[in-house]
Design a protein around this ligand. Sequence first.
Ligand code: PAF
Length: 292
Amino acid sequence: MTTVTVPALARSRSELHDLRGTGPVVFVPTMGALHEGHASLLRIARERAGGEGTVVLSIFVNPLQFGPDEDLDRYPRTFDDDLAIAATEGVDVVFAPTVAEMYPDGVPHEGVATEAVTVQPGPLGDLFEGASRPGHFRGVLTVVAKLFGLVRPDVAIFGEKDYQQLALIRRMVSDLCLGIDIVGAATDREPDGLARSSRNRYLDAVQRQQAATLSRALRAAQERAAYGVPAARWAAMGVIKAEPGVELDYLALTTTGLGELPDYPEPGTEGRILVAARVGTTRLIDNLPLQF
Ligand code: PAF
């Protein structure tokens, strides 16, 4: 019989007292509404922490990374279910602060008078997701930096599903010399290929079918990558255009570091394809590796 230990719950900075045991602190930051994708991050964390280490899960819906017309108010909040998943996956500490606890002087939104220091992403923060969601990555990096300061992890685990976020967090850790080992975890998918996401629960049955178009388009590009960037892009666009329920925001073929690719990269070059689209009112993102 497996024993499930209830994790310690910290609601404030002061309750999150010194976690440091003899082993590493391994951290999984989330906005809650946990699903199987998060559970797979928690399993990686438990393995990295071993018996001696501490697995910390944070649950905080960060207002600073939502734009004024985005889904902050309707973002799913499923705290009791989240705690049950945390217990099953062997989490030691759940840190679930309030907004006032994380932003005691108020949320430092762009244009709001505040003396708070925030983390400004470099130019990579203005591309793709950053172009569609101005200020988003400033919000993400600021809260992740604060969480890192509070939890002081040795290792932090992030999903590759938010590929640009992962790249920017790696960059922040390197540029600000934070000394945290950032681990990227492969995207967890439904049987039809749809990337698991907390926002999938907004989709009705028809939209749920349409949403699977995104991963099909990415796979079509993967299959054509050996013929170059235009052929791969054409293949992905063909799949997307065949589904009128999907409203494309962007489709980008890039280097693994999100830089520009030549049309015909050297054979064997690795790249990435990223997509964002709206299905109904729900905005979904996905990405996959490419091999040219
Ligand atoms: O990926 C997420 O859930 C969030 O962007 C993160 C990293 C927890 C910051 O709020």
